[in-house]
Design a protein around this ligand. Structure first.
Ligand code: SF4
Length: 476
């Protein structure tokens, strides 16, 4: 049957039943769990005397509450330590593979799944974290879920889901120098709005995504949720297969060849029918930075911060006024006038090896401004090791960055990495909501890892294209 999108194909392949509620019961191929949203789910299983339906389809790691100065146990924070003990006990009791510190494979859940080859095209994936959409980069349908749904998936390997519409977002042309996948993600959210994707899955297509690395595609899919979409994906292609080949859990030998043939079938048909198609050109995108308290409140680095009075939508204007009051910024200001206190490179959005390479490239031979506290948190132990094998840790530390252990860190500050008071951070993470980085008055500016590195050195938001004297295109 032609005319089907990847979304249609995966949905139909995994449909178990239509529920009386009107929802679809969907089989979940891969369930990733972590220490924060799983303990109560396991407690609920125990209360009802239920087993984990498919322990071999469930994989665990620890990331949110992990301190990144040191992985030394027991953790100083008693609550964090008890969450760790809970996931250790639960994975043991239910025979679930657990990527702990000793395995050398611990890390942020959305970094670990792809790098181990657990995330594959055509799959349905669920995890108790909003940014599960990351895995869609592989041509999978990946959904962030809450604790009660974690329980449901543990008990039944199924989720009750509402059917979604598909919006194809095409970006044609070639990205300019210094414009990275993070800028693409922020640009899309800025144009379509933080609620623009509600009820949709986003399919990313066009030359920009065709030529984007898997890590870049993960960055864009990761932020689909920030644009309101339930999931985001890129159709699987040779870039996808090359990334997966040889990964620990990827098929091997004859199974590999069969798998690739099967994966190709999932890509949207040439004549697929979409609910909506929107098109942009790469030349419209410049390095981006947020100025407000939603990821949609952003500007290109050369634009001035917008005037709320010029906003015709009441909600948008009120949201901008609230943002200015919290951020202590003013309409008309230039991004380059914003001084920063903290520089954070990490998270499942931008804590992979390409992100670290891009930031290190900026930092070579440079120093962090003495007023800035800068630290880099690799997305996983494997990313950390790879970076150290390449000598990136030395570049970071020579520049004045702290080199940390893997974890979520200041993406959400459920650990010791937190802003203090009204500090302002340049952050490679995904959310700039009020309080997200650990202080109710803290302020977050989202940008690419290279831009964070540039801001760290200049002590203020900077255009990476002016900053990099080589004028080279920067990945990441
Ligand atoms: S890095 Fe942030 S978004 Fe990603 S899994 Fe951790 S807390 Fe969630």
């Amino acid at each position: 049957m032609a005319e089907r999108t990847l979304y249609n194909k995966i949905w139909e392949n995994n449909r178990v039943a239509e529920l009386p509620t009107g929802q679809t019961q969907l089989f979940i191929g891969l369930h990733m769990i972590h220490e924060v949203t799983s303990p109560q789910a396991f407690d609920m299983l125990r209360e009802r005397g239920l087993k984990v339906a498919y322990p071999q389809r469930t994989f665990a790691t620890m990331d949110h509450i992990v301190p990144t100065h040191s992985h030394q146990r027991p953790f100083a924070d008693g609550q964090a330590e008890s969450m760790m003990q809970a996931i250790e006990n639960n994975t043991k009791d239910y025979s679930i593979q657990f990527f702990n510190f000793q395995s050398g494979k611990q890390g942020v859940v959305h970094v670990v799944g792809p790098e181990l080859g657990l995330t594959r095209p055509g799959m349905t994936i669920a995890c108790g974290d909003s940014h599960t959409s990351t895995h869609g980069a592989f041509g999978a349908l990946a959904f962030g879920i809450g604790t009660s749904q974690v329980r449901d998936v543990l008990a039944s390997q199924c989720l009750a889901m509402d059917e979604l519409k598909v919006r194809r977002i095409e970006i044609h042309g070639k990205l300019g120098t210094g414009v990275t996948p993070k800028d693409v993600a922020l640009f899309i959210i800025n144009r379509l709005g933080v609620k623009g994707g509600i009820g949709f899955v986003y399919e990313y297509a066009g030359e920009v995504f065709d030529s984007m690395s898997m890590e870049g595609r993960m960055t864009v899919c990761n932020m689909s949720i920030e644009g309101g979409a339930r999931a985001g994906y890129v159709n699987p292609d040779e870039t996808t297969f090359a990334y997966l080949k040889g990964r620990e859990y990827a098929p091997r030998g004859a199974d590999w060849d069969k798998a690739v043939e099967n994966w190709k079938e999932y890509a949207s048909d040439q004549d697929a029918v979409y609910d909506e198609v929107v098109r942009f050109h790469a030349s419209e995108i410049e390095p981006m930075v947020t100025w407000g308290v939603t990821p949609g409140q952003s500007v290109g680095i050369h634009q001035n911060l917008p005037e709320p009075s010029a906003m015709t939508n009441d909600g948008e204007r009120r949201s901008a006024e609230l943002a200015y009051s919290h951020m202590k910024l003013s309409p008309g200001q230039k991004p380059s006038e914003i001084a920063i206190d903290v520089a954070f490179i990490g998270s499942c959005t931008n804590g992979r090896i390409e992100d670290l390479r891009a930031a290190a490239e900026v930092l070579k031979g440079r120093k962090v401004d003495p007023a800035v506290h800068a630290f880099v948190v690799p997305g996983s132990m494997q990313v950390r090791k790879q970076a150290m094998d390449e000598g990136l840790d030395k570049i970071f530390t020579a520049a004045g960055f702290e080199w940390r252990e893997a974890g979520c860190s200041m993406c959400l500050a459920m650990n010791p990495d937190q802003l203090k008071g009204d500090q302002i951070s340049a952050s490679s993470s995904n959310r700039n909501f009020i309080g997200r980085q650990g202080s109710a008055t803290g302020r977050t500016l989202l940008m690419s890892p290279a831009m964070v590195a540039a801001a760290a050195c200049n002590g203020r938001v900077s255009d990476i294209r002016d900053f990099n004297p080589m004028g080279e295109a920067l990945a990441g």
